[in-house]
Structures are given as structure tokens and as C-alpha cells.
Design a binder for this molecule. Structure first.
Ligand SMILES: [Zn+2]
Length: 404
């Protein structure tokens, strides 16, 4: 039977039981003109995961989005188990730049209105720290993680404990191992010795699988390190981004924070390393359905090997989501738009951006949502919808590429 998603929604898509919903938030630059991005994942049973939390002024927006979901959407009247107003099961930090972690200090501050994180905060580990981190709230996040060791889920570990004060990043505390990629179900300690790939359970069989962190890429059995790279350039911190796949039924969504792929000293080519090591085991010949564009659709990321890995040119529709606000000057870059969308690579799919910045390029397959971008599975992952949820709603439905 051909995939029939039913009529297009006329209202904003909200999480429903049994389906996976991923919302890329639109975080305003405000008067301080801050970059920032965050996505909220809601699993089929209401399990909530934040992937990055935006910059220091964005704690209000992220907290409000979490509160609205927990008090108005993930409620018994709509088929979910009751939740606390600020309950979040997991936080995943792709890397330690201010536009991804800046709000976390306030979001966890017990003197304010802290999120109630019940399962864990997944990071690459407090390893390979250096000037590339900048400040951007890192010290507060680091101190908060150290104060709540039961909550911190580091993927990689160094031989010695790094200081949280960035002024003391004289050493780099290199990762010695990334065992955190092979702990099985991260909600359960009993399977940690089995060596299975790590995942966050999202309910209903859906999961967020960890594929790479800090330049260590999983082939399913072991972690393969990239050639060593530095800790000085901001893009070397981007290159350490955590990589994950979010799966529900046949549906798959790829994210990798600000992973780089240009391949010079400043922007190490971790994208080709990902493709070489994780390609067969994790992406296969069909890639994924939806790609979270690396590095806010900037041109030192999303190289041709990455594009071939996640969106192979086979005539099937795929979609790209880009987390951009006005502060990411130049985003989205023309090279990224043409790389993903030229030659009908996405077929009837789109590149969906939360916003465009000054100097950002245009493309016939680019859709500027002027608001959040919502992705939701249909029929347990047989297909999915993407919705631009700004002032004007625009939705499209697609079959999942692995569903046939
Ligand atoms: Zn960023």
C-alpha cells in the first residue's frame, strides 16, 4: 500500500503519543545579537531531550518551550503520562561553544527556575579543552556537571581531571578513550559491560544513538580516532562535536552540532572521517531522512562526502534542517545550499531554515520558516512531516527512505 499521510495539518504540529517529534527552535538574537541554537526531541512516550540549549540570553525561550510542552501538550488528556512543568529526561550538548551551551548555567541554576533533568546530561566529556572553547558559559556548565556527577554522562575521558577555569586550560587533557560510545542503553547501568552502541531510549522503540564524539567515530564495535588536531581554532572545537542518529521505525534523523569538513588546519575534516568509519554500519546506502545541517549551514562544514553520506542522490526525497538566527552572518552559505539541493538531490524535499541571516544565500529549495521547524514521524516512522511553524504554516509529508 502506498504511503498515505492523510491531510496536511492546518495548525502547528504538536507531539502525539506513538510518534517522534523534533522541533528546531527559533532563538532570537535579541539586543545583544547572540547566535544560538537548540532542538527539543519528544519521544513516542513523551521522553524529552534537549539537543543544545542556545546562548546565555536564551534560557527564557528554552524554559518557556519546555514548560509549554509539559503543561499543555504532554498531558494525560492528550495521552501522555503526567510530567513536572520543567521536566526534561536528557540534555545532549554537542560541543562547548556559547551558542550551544550558554543558557545551561541559568537553566540549571538552583537559585532560579531550574530544569528538572531526570536522566542525564550527555557531553563528549571534559576533555581536549583549550582556547578553542572560548568562554561562553563553559565554566558554569563545567562546575554544574562536576557538582552533579550522577547526572553527567561523559562519552570520553582524560587521564587527569581538567580545571573548569578556562584561564587554566594550559594543558589540553586529551581524551584517552571514548567508552561512552559503547554503554548500550544509557538509562540502564546493567548493560554497560556488553559493549553495545550507546543510545538514549525515547519510548516506543525509538532511540537516539551516539555515533561519534571528540573525533572518535564508532563503526559499531570500536571507536576510531581521527588524526590529531588542535585546540586553538574555534573550528577545532566544532570538529569535536558529538554525532547522533535519532531513529523511530524506518525514520532516521542525523545531527552533528557544528562538525567541520573543510580539511585545513583550522577546520579539520571530521565529516570525511565520519563517512569513512561510520558509513556502512550507521548510514548505509540510503543515508537518512532528515539531516540537521552542520554548523548553521556555514561553508566550512557539510562537505561533499558528508552530503553523499546522509543524502545520497537516488531520486528519493530527503530534507535538511538548519538552525540559524540573524546573528549567524552569512548563513546559510550558497555552497551548502547547492551541495545539498542542486541537481534535484533532495527530490521534492527542502532545506528548512529557522531563519536567514544578513548575507545569507537563497536557493529554490530553501524555505525560511521565520520560526521553528518541526519534524514528526507518521505511522510510527513509515513516513514523516516537516513543518515551517512561523507566522505562516507550511507542511509537507514524505515516506521514510528505508520504509520500502
Ligand atoms: Zn554553533
Amino acid at each position: 500500500m502506498p504511503f498515505d499521510p492523510g491531510p496536511e495539518p492546518t495548525t502547528r504540529i504538536e507531539p502525539v503519543p506513538g510518534e517522534l517529534t523534533i522541533t528546531q527552535l527559533e532563538l532570537p538574537p535579541g539586543i545583544t545579537f547572540r547566535m544560538g541554537e537548540s532542538a527539543i526531541v519528544v519521544g513516542p512516550d513523551g521522553t524529552m531531550v534537549l539537543i543544545d540549549v542556545g546562548n546565555s540570553p536564551h534560557d527564557d525561550e528554552v524554559r518557556a518551550a519546555v514548560r509549554r510542552l509539559n503543561t499543555e501538550v504532554l498531558v494525560p488528556a492528550r495521552g501522555f503520562a503526567a510530567r513536572a512543568p520543567l521536566q526534561v529526561e536528557w540534555v545532549v550538548l554537542t560541543h562547548f561553544h556559547g551558542d550551544h551551551i550558554g543558557a545551561l548555567g541559568d537553566l540549571l541554576d538552583p537559585a532560579g527556575e531550574p530544569l528538572q533533568v531526570t536522566r542525564g546530561i550527555v557531553t563528549r566529556g571534559l576533555v581536549d579543552l583549550g582556547p578553542a572553547i572560548g568562554e561562553g558559559g563553559f565554566q558554569r556548565v563545567c562546575e554544574r556537571l562536576r557538582a552533579s556527577p550522577a547526572l553527567h554522562v561523559p562519552v570520553c575521558a582524560a587521564a587527569a581531571t581538567a580545571p573548569c577555569d578556562p584561564v587554566q586550560f594550559s594543558g589540553t587533557y586529551p581524551a584517552q578513550r571514548c567508552d561512552g560510545l559503547f554503554r548500550g542503553d544509557l538509562a540502564s547501568a546493567s548493560d554497560d559491560g556488553a559493549g553495545a552502541p550507546s543510545f538514549l531510549p525515547l519510548g516506543g522503540g525509538a532511540r537516539l544513538v551516539l555515533v561519534a564524539a571528540n573525533g572518535f567515530v564508532s563503526d559499531g564495535q570500536s571507536a576510531v580516532a581521527a588524526a590529531p588536531f588542535g585546540h586553538e581554532d574555534s573550528n577545532q572545537e566544532n570538529a569535536r562535536s558529538l554525532v547522533g542518529l535519532i531513529e523511530h521505525g524506518a525514520f532516521r534523523y542525523h545531527f552533528a552540532g557544528d562538525l567541520t569538513g573543510r580539511g585545513d588546519t583550522g577546520s579539520p575534516d571530521l565529516e570525511s572521517h565520519l563517512a569513512a568509519v561510520a558509513g556502512i554500519r550507521w548510514y548505509g546506502p540510503r543515508g537518512v531522512d532528515v539531516v540537521h545541517s552542520h554548523h548553521h549551514a556555514r561553508r566550512n562544514a557539510n562537505n561533499s562526502r558528508l552530503v553523499d553520506l546522509v543524502t545520497p542522490r537516488d531520486g528519493r526525497a530527503r530534507n535538511v534542517v538548519a538552525g540559524i538566527n540573524e546573528a549567524y552572518l552569512g548563513s546559510p552559505y550558497a555552497e551548502v545550499l547547492t551541495g545539498f539541493a542542486d541537481g534535484d538531490r533532495l527530490a521534492v524535499g527542502w532545506i528548512w531554515a529557522t531563519d536567514g541571516a544578513a548575507g545569507g544565500a537563497v536557493h529554490p529549495r530553501l524555505r525560511d520558516a521565520g520560526g521553528p521547524v518541526v519534524v514528526q514521524t507518521v505511522q510510527g516512522g513509515r513516513g514523516y512531516r516537516v513543518q515551517a511553524a512561523g507566522a505562516q504554516l507550511y507542511s509537507r509529508a514524505y515516506p521514510s527512505v528505508a520504509a520500502e
